[in-house]
Design a binder for this molecule. Structure first.
Ligand SMILES: [Zn+2]
Length: 238
């Protein structure tokens, strides 16, 4: 079984990989992961960019959203994480970021059509949370968001950002990266008056499994490990 130290390292790299892919929004955006077999989770701390995450500024939090260990400050949107873990035992990692293409796409009120492979990952459904565009600081809002997620792997938060989830850090982080890419691709096609063609829904479901695998299959973790290698390379060159 994975140790706390190993999980902390995964979480730190999860944050750095998202930053590497342009998903950092100054000091906003956060990632957490559930401690196996415990009613607690680890979370990136506030006042730091995603790329600044390190093992010594990771916080432990309980399922009521209270900090139980760590010196650093807790993000005020902790109910996004605590309420999702409480409602969905299948989920072990939650990502919340404000990536430009996904936020712009969320303002259009359109369905995400699979222009390329990436949107196929969301072929079973991409719920839109539109109760508010405000921060999710209250448990009631976190609960509504967790309910809106249902069995899906992501939510578009209209005029705010995205939440993606996974059975592992790799899955949730890769889902965030692929959602942002899918939105970018769709917005790009829109700029040229399209899309005129896209993958049909049945084929999209087949591609989803073939390319990205079922939750827990490890396929997205392989792609995540690729990103971790890139981030480590950058570090070695600096
Ligand atoms: Zn936010």
């Amino acid at each position: 079984m994975i140790t706390i130290e190993e999980l902390k390292e995964k979480l730190v790299y999860g944050c750095k990989v998202l930053a590497f892919e342009g998903q950092s929004d100054i000091i906003w955006g956060h990632v957490s992961c559930r401690l196996p077999g415990a009613d607690t989770f680890l979370m990136k701390s506030a006042y730091l960019g995603l790329e600044e995450a390190s093992a010594n500024n990771i916080i432990s939090v309980d399922l009521e959203g209270n900090k139980i260990e760590g010196e650093a400050k807790l993000h005020s949107e902790v109910p996004i994480h605590s309420e999702i873990y409480k409602m969905h035992p299948r989920i072990n990692c939650v990502v919340h970021t404000h990536p430009s293409n996904a936020v712009a796409f969320s303002s259009l009120g359109k369905e995400l059509l699979p222009v390329g492979h990436e949107a196929c990952l969301f072929s079973s459904g991409l719920p839109v949370y539109s109760d508010t565009t405000d921060l999710i600081r209250e448990k009631t809002r976190g609960y509504d968001l967790a309910k809106c997620l249902g069995d899906n792997n992501a939510i578009l938060m209209r005029n705010h950002g995205i939440v993606t989830v996974g059975t592992t850090v790799g899955e949730a982080v890769m889902t965030a990266i692929l959602l942002e890419k899918a939105c970018y691709m769709y917005l790009l096609a829109l700029q040229f008056g399209g899309p005129k063609y896209w993958t049909d829904p049945e084929e999209a479901k087949i591609k989803k499994n073939k390319i990205y695998g079922e939750p827990g299959s490890g396929k997205l973790d392989i792609a995540f490990d690729y990103y971790v290698r890139q981030v480590k390379k950058l570090k070695n060159n600096s």
